[in-house]
Design a protein around this ligand. Structure first.
Ligand code: AHM
Ligand code: MG
Length: 318
């Protein structure tokens, strides 16, 4: 049977995998493990809601916008509620910052970890039965544990992530994460209600099979180098694939080899994707999988964020 990097067989459940990982660190108290389990549990609930979205009245817009100016969908808010509730009940996260809320939430429990999350990414695909995802990052709280959370606790370089991952709600549902020791992917087995290890020690393919970007933006792209790169991809006959759901686009490129681009445009002069909620988590996974993630010609993980909803141009892949 195939083995993962920490020598666990395909088919092992996420719970057992997390436990085995923890046992490699004798002084670990289990808080991170519990946090990961809380995220997995919430994702199962969200997965259930997404699967029945066409049958009950949870599709469509709420009629309000989030801080980035995106129209909020009912499922965006539902996912936000589910993850926030799971994390606050779980008690291991001291605070949460979500793409769907203006500011962070202090859970006032002395928890040593904080979570940044995009509860449901790919909003434009929610109502049309196309893959969407959840993206999360876990950091250590920087201020003293007995003091209230401050914004600065969330403004950490991506390099300081303790763990990061995503859940892809696609033709199957997957939980893919890393604690800095490789990337492992788990597929949801709905009859068991468990994630099981299906993609151990994921590495980017060496060749670049795909390039992914919204080509309708080409007339608005602000950097000639990006246009040159797109021309290069076309000259090399690299196949274009763009879903418009970051998790799904990233996942395909991770497994098959490819590059995702969201450059600076006239509409989004600093790029569209959020550093804390989207790019940093995927950059962490990309580096763990032997790929690269850059912004403004440097590793995106080295950017010092200055605000919670900050965006950055984003190039990630093989
Ligand atoms: P969202 O957080 O409002 O869903 O927006 C993020 C999404 C990403 O999933 C995707 O890569 C990108 O926006 C698509 O943007 P565009 O429609 O400009 O191509
Ligand atoms: Mg998003």
């Amino acid at each position: 049977m195939e083995k993962s990097r920490i020598d666990l067989p395909i088919g092992i459940t996420l719970d057992r995998f997390i436990k085995s990982n923890q046992s490699q660190y004798p002084h670990a108290a289990g808080a991170l493990s519990q946090l990961l389990r809380d995220l997995a549990l919430a994702s199962k609930v969200v997965n259930r809601e997404i699967n029945k979205a066409g049958l009950i009245d949870i599709m469509g817009y709420v009629g309000q916008m989030n801080s980035a100016g995106d129209n909020q969908q009912k499922l965006d808010l539902l996912a936000n509620t589910r993850f926030t509730r799971a994390l606050s009940k779980g008690g291991e996260a001291g605070g949460i910052a979500s793409e769907e809320t203006d500011s962070f939430v202090d859970l006032h429990n002395g928890g040593k970890y904080i979570v940044t999350i995009d509860p449901l990414d790919g909003s434009s695909n929610i109502d049309v039965n196309v893959s969407v995802g959840t993206i999360f990052s876990i950091y250590k709280k920087q201020s003293p544990l007995d003091e209230p959370l401050v914004e600065q606790d969330f403004l950490q370089k991506g390099r300081l992530q303790i763990a990061a991952g995503y859940i892809l709600y696609g033709s199957s549902t997957m939980f893919v994460y890393s604690t800095g020791n490789g990337v492992n992917g788990f597929t949801y087995e709905s009859t068991l209600g468990e994630y099981v290890l299906s993609h151990p020690d994921i590495q980017f393919g060496e060749s670049c099979s795909y390039f992914s970007m919204n080509e309708a933006l080409c007339l608005d792209i602000m950097d000639q180098e990006v246009l040159n790169f797109i021309s290069f991809c076309k000259e090399e006959r690299i196949t274009a694939r763009y879903i418009g759901s970051l998790v799904a686009d990233f996942h395909r490129n991770l497994l098959k080899g490819g590059v995702f681009l969201y450059p600076r445009t006239q509409k989004y002069p600093n790029g569209k994707l959020r550093l804390l909620f989207e790019s940093n988590a995927l950059a962490f996974l990309a580096e763990q999988a032997g790929g690269l993630a850059i912004s403004n010609e440097r590793p995106i993980l080295d950017i010092q964020p200055t605000s919670i909803h900050e965006t950055a141009e984003f190039y990630v892949g093989t």
